[in-house]
Design a protein around this ligand. Structure first.
Ligand SMILES: Nc1nc2c(ncn2[C@@H]2O[C@H](COP(=O)(O)OP(=O)(O)OP(=O)(O)O)[C@@H](O)[C@H]2O)c(=O)[nH]1
Ligand SMILES: [Mg+2]
Length: 261
């Protein structure tokens, strides 16, 4: 783990990008940055090109059109694995994920637990002791907590914050995760990734973070989006329950003693 890469997906983040890249570079100078821009109408792609021209550790992937956060991340992961970056971090451009907390996320990936295992991924979690949210109305917090608890329960994920987008993966974890099976391109991508990590027997650790709601722009979260995501997650959970009944050995074998993602 010597070549960390922080992936920042962007769509219309011109007011936020330069500051967030500078904060990442200051927080962990050894970390490179990959901005993945979906041809933002506000010119974020050109700003990213300017940052890359000024700093050899900043890279840009331009995608033709807005195709969802998941699609952007999947292309970025392939790019990063091809170039042997390790670990690979997901971080939003809008200031919700504090770059200053990157060192604790990276450190968690190196820390062995009582059983002598080091985690495959570290999750920046709002819902473990020490985690917090800044600038969210009470109803949004309730919606997020409930959605996370429901998805975690039905998919049997031993993680509190299953929708968290601030994550650090070992490169090998991404290789083992079966990214080709992750099909959720938009909202729900984070849960889809975690579920496949769990199915692959990967170990996750949650690190408390402070999540700050974006200052510029507005939230796309609505009750409709949440219900749609819950319906998807329910279908996955029920499908996975039937599969387990058909192949009882899969999740109850020797690997079951591991604390999985
Ligand atoms: N490349 C790319 N980036 C995206 C896309 N959709 C969102 N993003 C970026 O992904 C990150 C997270 O998206 P947000 O819009 O903040 O999503 P959110 O945090 O669920 O919702 P907000 O409440 O609006 O902050 C941001 O950096 C966005 O610019 C997309 O389709 N393509
Ligand atoms: Mg956001």
């Amino acid at each position: 783990m010597t070549r960390p890469l922080v992936v920042i997906p962007t769509y219309d983040e011109r007011e936020n990008l330069a500051a967030i890249v500078a904060r990442v570079r200051a927080a962990v100078p050894a970390a490179s940055v990959l901005v993945v821009d979906d041809n933002s109408p506000d010119g974020t792609g050109a700003i990213a090109d300017g940052l890359a021209a000024a700093d050899a550790s900043v890279h840009v992937l331009h995608r033709r059109a807005k195709n969802g956060l998941g699609a952007a991340y999947l292309e970025a992961f392939a790019w990063a694995l091809d170039r042997d970056f390790d670990p690979i971090v997901q971080l939003d451009a809008d200031g919700s994920h504090l770059p200053e907390e990157l060192p604790s996320l990276l450190e968690a990936l190196q820390t062995t637990d009582a059983a002598g295992r080091t985690p495959d991924l570290a999750i920046g979690s709002r819902w473990v002791p020490g985690g917090s949210i800044v600038n969210w109305p009470r109803h949004r917090e309730l919606l997020s907590r409930t959605g996370s608890a429901y998805a975690g329960w039905i998919l049997r994920l031993p993680v509190r914050d299953v929708t968290a987008g601030y994550r650090a993966f070992r490169a090998d974890a991404l290789r083992d995760l079966h990214l080709e099976l992750v099909h959720t391109l938009g909202y729900g991508f984070q849960v889809d990734m975690l579920w496949h990590a769990h199915e692959a027997g990967l170990v996750a650790v949650e690190v408390p973070v402070t999540f700050v709601e974006r200052e510029h722009g507005h939230s796309k979260m609505s009750i409709g989006i949440v219900l749609e995501a819950m319906a998807r997650v329910t279908a996955w959970g029920v499908g996975s329950w039937f599969r387990r009944r058909r192949q009882p050995a899969r999740n109850d074998g020797p690997a079951a003693s591991r604390s999985r993602a």
